[in-house]
Design a protein around this ligand. Structure first.
Ligand code: GTP
Ligand code: MG
Length: 332
């Protein structure tokens, strides 16, 4: 029989993944707070700190902490590759039955980890639990109003793109059943990984639910958020997930404008005042053609999106079948 302590260390109940880039001012506080929350919960755990190419004292701090704290593991690589890549590395290295991702700046207080775990352990447990400051019951405290406005608007748009199911799609603080990462393959290197996870999980038929959470502002260190890039990538994601949002709306606007112009031209014609060589005549025809073109794009791209989702679901089914057949073979 193996030693239960070793067993708990090799296969902990939960893995906490914390990406850290230039978080020297937060590393210790963050790890210590997570540790004390989990120690008081009585659960076995590991904390995986992912540092990729920090130029401050993050790595030195982490190495000191790891010497004093057996639950802490440091992984990383020399070049900075972004938050998405760091999270993917952390998920791959994780050994817990559940995985929690959280940021290093304590903007989501780790005392909320127990809420996520409670949901993940419930009898009707979902596959993913999203900490949601924007859902009814959730809240934000002391967040810069401009950042909050951009984030709220972005999440509203994404909510539309994702079928009005979720309120907070951009947050890092989430809990997962470990199997989630077997079913979906992730490729994002940046912050859009949070969207990729939910989109792929949805497509694969996994269940994600939100729980109300409190988001505060970081007190130490600098934000790593590149706002213009994030806004751009999130907009692209919305159009990618729901092409109708872009092509459908454009098609409608172009067609309606052409119809308004055509009505005006018809009115001129009835009053014998129409000059057929006027550019406006051609403009209205062009707008109509462009509108029809956009509507066709909307139709085709929607079909492709549906097909893509069907593929994800099939992939997951194949994986489950392979697992079942492996289990059966072992049982024989
Ligand atoms: N390893 C690694 N971690 C990163 C990278 N970019 C961001 N992070 C970490 O990801 C977490 C979230 O980044 P933040 O800068 O807090 O971004 P945010 O939470 O969207 O915005 P604020 O909290 O308002 O600053 C933090 O723990 C960062 O240290 C990166 O390139 N590599
Ligand atoms: Mg943060």
């Amino acid at each position: 029989m193996s030693d239960p302590a070793v067993q708990a260390q090799n296969f902990p109940f939960v893995s906490i993944v914390i990406p850290m880039f230039n978080e020297g001012k937060n590393a210790r506080r963050s790890v210590e707070t997570v540790c004390s929350e989990l120690h008081s919960s009585g659960r076995s755990f590991e904390i995986i700190c992912v540092d990729d190419g920090s130029t401050d004292n993050t790595r030195a701090e982490l190495e000191l902490i790891a010497q004093q704290t057996p639950e802490v593991r440091i992984i990383g690589y020399g070049i900075n590759r972004g938050r998405g890549m760091a999270l993917r590395q952390g998920f791959t290295a994780s050994r817990g039955s559940f995985v929690i991702s959280i940021d290093a700046d304590l903007s989501y207080h780790p005392r909320q980890i127990s809420e996520l775990l409670k949901r993940l352990e419930a009898p009707d447990a979902p596959d993913i639990v999203i900490a949601s400051p924007y859902m009814p019951g959730g809240k934000t405290e002391g967040v810069d109003p401009f950042r909050l406005l951009i984030s709220r608007m972005g999440n509203l748009l994404l909510r539309q793109a994702m079928g009005r199911k979720y309120y907070t799609l951009t947050g890092i603080f989430r809990g997962y059943r470990h199997e989630v990462f077997d079913y979906i393959k992730l490729y994002s290197d940046g912050k859009e990984i949070h969207l990729e996870i939910i989109a792929k999980a949805e497509a694969a038929g996994l269940q994600a639910v939100e729980v109300p959470a409190v988001l505060t502002s970081r007190r130490h260190g600098k934000s790593k958020l590149k706002l213009p890039l994030t806004v751009f990538s999130h907009l692209m994601f919305s159009f990618y997930e729901r092409p109708l949002l872009l092509f459908g709306v454009l098609g409608l606007v172009l067609t309606l404008t052409s119809l308004i112009l055509a009505s005006y031209l018809f009115y001129l014609y009835l009053n014998a005042a129409l000059n057929p060589t006027r550019p406006i005549v051609w403009l209205s025809v062009l707008l109509l053609l462009a509108g029809i073109q956009m509507a066709s794009f909307a139709f085709i791209s929607t079909q492709i999106t549906l097909l893509k989702k069907e593929l994800f679901r099939t992939q997951k089914e194949i994986l489950l079948l392979q697992r079942d057949s492996k289990k059966d073979n072992r049982g024989q």
